[in-house]
Design a binder for this molecule. Structure first.
Ligand SMILES: Cc1cc2nc3c(=O)[nH]c(=O)nc-3n(C[C@H](O)[C@H](O)[C@H](O)COP(=O)(O)OP(=O)(O)OC[C@H]3O[C@@H](n4cnc5c(N)ncnc54)[C@H](O)[C@@H]3O)c2cc1C
Ligand code: FES
Length: 276
């Protein structure tokens, strides 16, 4: 795969909260636009010219053709530079990289998505894929938690999904600030939502992504409830440079996260040192 970034244009920039924005990116080359495919859970390496590169998950579904959406937190040099770009600015894109979710193994069964904070970024791609191909899954549920109402990313979209009859979508926040309207389901921990989701254990794949502390509690809860270790899929972030299995920056134990990850089953991950 080429390590030369493809030139692309940021055609839309939408603020989601104080530190997160959605960027809609279109490849300048028509050929690339038509041929670009990916799996939910894969990521690209984004370049801002003169600044640097960083791995970012694709948050749109592979079924949405002609563009990719990125949900980005303003945290450091590159992501701040991205937030400062005007619409129609040029960026570079390499990829897609990583393994993504094993959708063909998940199809035919039930799907439970558990997201915390910015963890919704790769999981939104999986969610939109499952809604697009709704007939390929049995029950589909999502439990999504954030620290407060303002931090529920894609809030309007999540409220709309929660109204659908073909998916159970439960939302929680740790706290509701005074005077804030909360149309979700719970004030408390996202793990509480898992007690409210009546999902069969058999034939259920669980896709999980969130900050390290979230994993600690969510994984314990999922195991207590009896979900299968081999069907809990976690998206793990590591420092990455090349994305190609060459530089070694992303190695954990004997695994190259950029190639064999970022999606690992719980079963695979417990054998890796310092996984969180
Ligand atoms: C596979 C993968 C997918 C990702 N997807 C997304 C995404 O969809 N949206 C998004 O906003 N970010 C995502 N990230 C994280 C993003 O790549 C990093 O935050 C990146 O370092 C930002 O670059 P920067 O130059 O802005 O910040 P930097 O200057 O590199 O870092 C700024 C600060 O953030 C800390 N930091 C950097 N990376 C991380 C990290 N991964 N975890 C915790 N702290 C960190 C640094 O220690 C430093 O304090 C992903 C990372 C990986 C590996
Ligand atoms: S990022 Fe270079 S080997 Fe994985």
């Amino acid at each position: 795969m080429s390590i030369i970034p493809e030139i692309a244009t940021v055609i839309e920039k939408r603020s989601l909260d104080k530190t997160h924005s959605l960027f809609r990116i279109v490849f300048d080359s028509e050929k690339k636009r038509d041929s670009f495919t990916f799996r939910p859970g894969q990521f690209i390496i984004l370049s801002i010219f003169g600044v640097g590169e960083a791995p970012i998950s694709i948050t749109s579904s592979p079924d949405e053709k002609g563009f990719i959406d990125l949900c980005v937190r303003k945290i450091g040099r590159l992501t701040t530079a991205l937030h400062e770009l005007e619409e129609n600015s040029k960026v570079g894109i390499r990829g897609p990289y990583g393994n993504g979710y094993p959708v063909e193994n998940m199809e035919g069964g039930n799907l439970l998505i558990v997201a915390g904070g910015l963890g919704i970024a790769p999981l939104r791609s999986m969610l939109r894929y499952a809604l697009w191909h709704r007939d390929k899954f049995k029950q589909v549920s999502i439990a999504y938690g954030a620290k407060d109402v303002e931090s529920v990313l894609f809030r309007g979209e999540m409220y709309s999904i929660a109204e659908r009859k073909d998916i159970k979508c439960l939302l929680s926040v740790d706290r509701v600030e005074e005077g804030t309207l909360w149309k979700g389901h719970h004030v408390g921990r996202v793990t509480d939502l898992l007690d409210m989701i009546d999902m069969p254990l058999k034939d259920t794949s669980v896709a999980v992504c969130g900050p390290p502390i979230f994993y600690k509690f969510v994984l314990r809860k999922l195991l207590d409830l009896g979900y299968s270790k081999g069907r809990i899929y976690m998206s793990l972030e590591r420092r990455m440079e090349c994305g190609l299995g060459k530089c070694g920056h992303c190695v954990v134990g004997h695994k190259y996260t950029c190639i064999e990850g970022p999606i690992f089953t719980y079963w695979d991950a417990i054998n890796l040192p310092e996984i969180f």
